[in-house]
Design a binder for this molecule. Structure first.
Ligand code: SF4
Length: 191
């Protein structure tokens, strides 16, 4: 691989077949309603132009929660060589000592949700050298949950291990999990 991203590694861990569709066969996945909603939410954080009342309320609540943070840049691209590999990532917002990532959710985040995002959070911390803060915006109540994470070396070692497996795997098996529900390659997979 020319470079590695958090979404690439996560997809590899979630489903080898979907990983092959996206990163080896280069097939554009279908955009489902969850992806469309998430994209619109993110697109509106800086310039609020949406006509969707829910999105407007979520963004207003988020902006209020981060109003005291001195944001240096939104959607900052990082492309960094670390341990012999190129890593790419777009952090939602960056302050002097922290990177901020914005998420939307139907419910409160628990430890398993943080673990589900551990590749992204570890990679972004390693790439930027900063602590990471998740701001999780509730889609119904607009409540904001803030979670601060610190870098953990063991998680970085797991990332390097995943890269090794990406580079040596020969089998791209299908998985069977709740994640199939959100999968962009469901139709190809079911053929
Ligand atoms: S539907 Fe499930 S098994 Fe099929 S590609 Fe998607 S995640 Fe993998």
């Amino acid at each position: 691989m020319e470079y590695y991203s958090a979404s690439m590694l996560k997809l590899f861990n979630d489903c080898k077949f979907a990983f092959k569709c996206r990163y080896i066969d280069k097939i554009e996945g279908e955009k489902n309603k969850y992806l469309i909603f998430g994209t619109e939410f993110h697109d509106n954080i800086k310039d609020l132009t949406s006509t969707d009342e829910n999105i407007i309320n979520m963004v207003k609540s988020l902006r209020n929660a981060i109003k005291d943070r001195k944001i240096i840049e939104y959607e900052k691209k990082y492309f960094v060589l670390i341990d012999g590999y190129n890593f790419i990532g777009y952090v939602d917002a960056e302050c002097k000592d922290h990177v901020l990532e914005f998420k939307s959710s139907n419910r409160k985040w628990y430890e398993r949700d943080v673990l589900n995002n551990i590749i992204q959070s570890t990679m972004y911390q390693k790439m930027t050298g900063k602590k990471l803060e998740y701001y999780v915006v509730n889609k119904k109540t607009f409540w904001i949950q803030k979670i601060t994470l610190e870098y953990n070396k063991k998680n970085w070692e797991k990332i390097l291990n995943t890269i090794d497996r990406i580079n040596t795997t020969k089998k791209y098996n299908k998985t069977n999990s709740y994640k199939c529900m959100y999968c962009s390659y469901k139709k190809i997979c079911q053929k």
